[in-house]
Design a binder for this molecule. Structure first.
Ligand SMILES: *Cc1c(COP(=O)(O)O)cnc(C)c1O
Length: 494
């Protein structure tokens, strides 16, 4: 197995793919084939801890890392950094409905699952392929990746990290998490625009030859902590494998039984990781792709046309306010039987016309595996309330979108296959939307809202959020999207 680009034939090692983040041709790195987890291995995994499962799954892809290197990365990432013994526990609501809680890490969102380990994977890779270089991690964030990447990369030797977020596109809590970040190698900057502007700006800077020369002159090179980096994706495969093993271990399903997976989707990274787990042999029947009012993926799955020429909405699930789902490019590559020319042509259409259409054959393949649905803010709030009333389970807005779309799926199909819903954030991270949903009124002060949510729900405020109260705001910059490179060079020249 090696790695290639979605837009051109390449042959790079895992370490190269992780160190580089994105291919020079603008494509994303994908594995040339999927390693298989056979029945016997799966049975072994059932009796292992999360960390042991992680080591097995990572070793399948990172074939030029030594066993010792992988062990060290996993131990460093998943020991002591999560508020639960198990980094990704399952909460069972009923026989058929299991919530995979991915938000027990230091920033209270699922991005920690990958970003606690990515700095270790990346520095290990960089030491192999370019030991003299300093890595400059560029991040565009819709709110959660930024903080999780800062938390992972702060004060990591031989790295600098620069995060751009849309000035009005993140929640108050998300903004405070980022602007209070400490660390000698970190920069955080708002941009006037939305997440797509930030993401496109970052992608353009990656392939800007002037910037590349500027960095090369200083013995630096860019890399990415966004899910365009394969090193972000591979740790996300682990928790789907692990969830399946937990269901078997707890007697909720028998070995070999199929499950469905429901994922609240933005950049298509999380749901793609579930597809990769299935491609490795985990019995997943259906992928339910849940969107908020920015329902570009729902429309794509229904029609085969991806069209970003539409209004952009700010919603109560801001981490999914996205119109260009980067990782869909990887899915297209696999759907087109690994044909980089086809993908490059579609991506050219997307860039030039803002839309593309897949063939009927590809659409049929897509629809066989995926169900797409969406849910607006009013129904998101209703779902939070219903889930709390019925199961006394409190979920955040993103997870509620997934639960709502799962209900739509069941109604449309009658499919009662046991289901795992990816829960992507702590409800406290989006208290200003979750609290009113539970009948409590919103409060003016974010921290008063956390306390009230704790009182109403009988759960505890996660300490990383409570602690923000006393932290000083350190990052106040805000630039126009055309000035992102200037911000970068000013920071690197400091
Ligand atoms: C990032 C994020 C998502 C979307 O995940 P993708 O991998 O971009 O599809 C959903 N929910 C939350 C809370 C997130 O932070």
């Amino acid at each position: 197995m090696f790695f290639t680009s979605t837009r051109a034939n390449k042959n790079v090692s895992a370490a190269q793919a992780v160190a580089q983040g994105i291919s020079e041709d603008g494509g994303l790195f994908v594995p040339s084939e999927f390693p298989a987890i056979d029945q016997q291995t799966l049975e072994q995994l059932v009796n292992m801890s999360y960390k042991e499962r992680a080591k097995k799954v990572l070793a399948c892809y990172l074939n030029d890392y030594t066993t010792e290197e992988i062990d060290k990365c996993v131990e460093n990432a998943y020991t002591g950094n999560f508020d639960n013994d198990v980094p990704a526990p399952l909460s069972t609501l009923n026989d058929k409905l299991h919530i995979l809680e991915l938000w027990h890490g230091p920033t209270c969102a699922f991005k920690d699952m990958a970003l606690q380990i990515l700095p270790h994977l990346l520095t290990t890779a960089a030491a192999k392929v370019a030991p003299d270089e300093q890595k400059v991690i560029l991040v565009a964030t819709s709110g959660d990746t930024g903080k999780a990447a800062l938390e992972g990369f702060a004060d990591v030797p031989k790295t600098k990290i620069i995060v751009f977020y849309p000035v009005d596109g993140v929640s108050a809590m998300q903004k405070l998490q980022m602007t209070t970040q400490q660390g000698s190698n970190v920069a955080v900057c708002a941009i006037e625009g939305n997440f797509d502007d930030a993401q496109t700006g970052v992608k353009n800077i990656f392939s800007d030859s002037n910037m590349q020369k500027y960095l090369a002159d200083r013995k630096m090179a860019f890399s990415s902590a966004n899910s365009i980096n394969f090193g972000r994706l591979v740790p996300q495969i682990i928790y789907y494998v692990s969830a399946y093993c937990d269901l078997v271990k707890d007697g909720k399903i028998a070995m070999g039984d199929k499950i469905n997976v429901v994922v609240p989707t933005g950049n298509f990274g999380n749901i793609l990781a579930a597809v990769y787990a299935r491609n490795m042999g985990i019995p997943i029947a259906k992928f339910v792709c849940a969107s908020n009012r920015n329902k570009i993926l729902t429309d794509f799955i229904a029609t085969g046309e991806y069209n970003r020429n539409r209004e952009f909405y700010q919603t109560d699930s801001p981490s999914m306010d996205i119109l260009i789902s980067s990782n869909l490019e990887r899915m297209l590559y696999h759907l087109y039987d690994n044909d980089p020319e086809k993908v490059a042509a579609l991506m050219k259409d997307l860039k030039e016309k803002g839309s593309y259409k897949v063939t009927d054959e590809v659409l049929a393949k897509l629809q066989k595996e995926f169900f797409g649905g969406y849910c607006d803010d009013a129904d998101t709030a209703k779902t939070i309330k219903n889930l709390f009333d019925e199961y006394h389970y409190l979920c955040d807005t993103h997870t509620a979108v997934a639960v709502n779309v799962y209900e739509q799926y069941k109604k449309a199909t009658g499919d009662e296959t046991p289901c795992v819903i990816a829960s992507t954030a702590s409800p406290y991270k989006f208290a200003s939307a979750v609290l009113p949903a539970l009948d409590g009124d919103a409060e003016a002060d974010e921290f008063a809202m956390l306390d009230k949510l704790a009182a109403v729900s009988g759960t505890e405020v996660p300490s990383p959020l409570a602690n923000l109260h006393d932290k000083k705001v350190l990052h106040k910059d805000c630039v126009n999207k055309v000035n992102m490179s200037d911000f970068i060079t000013a920071f690197l020249d400091k």
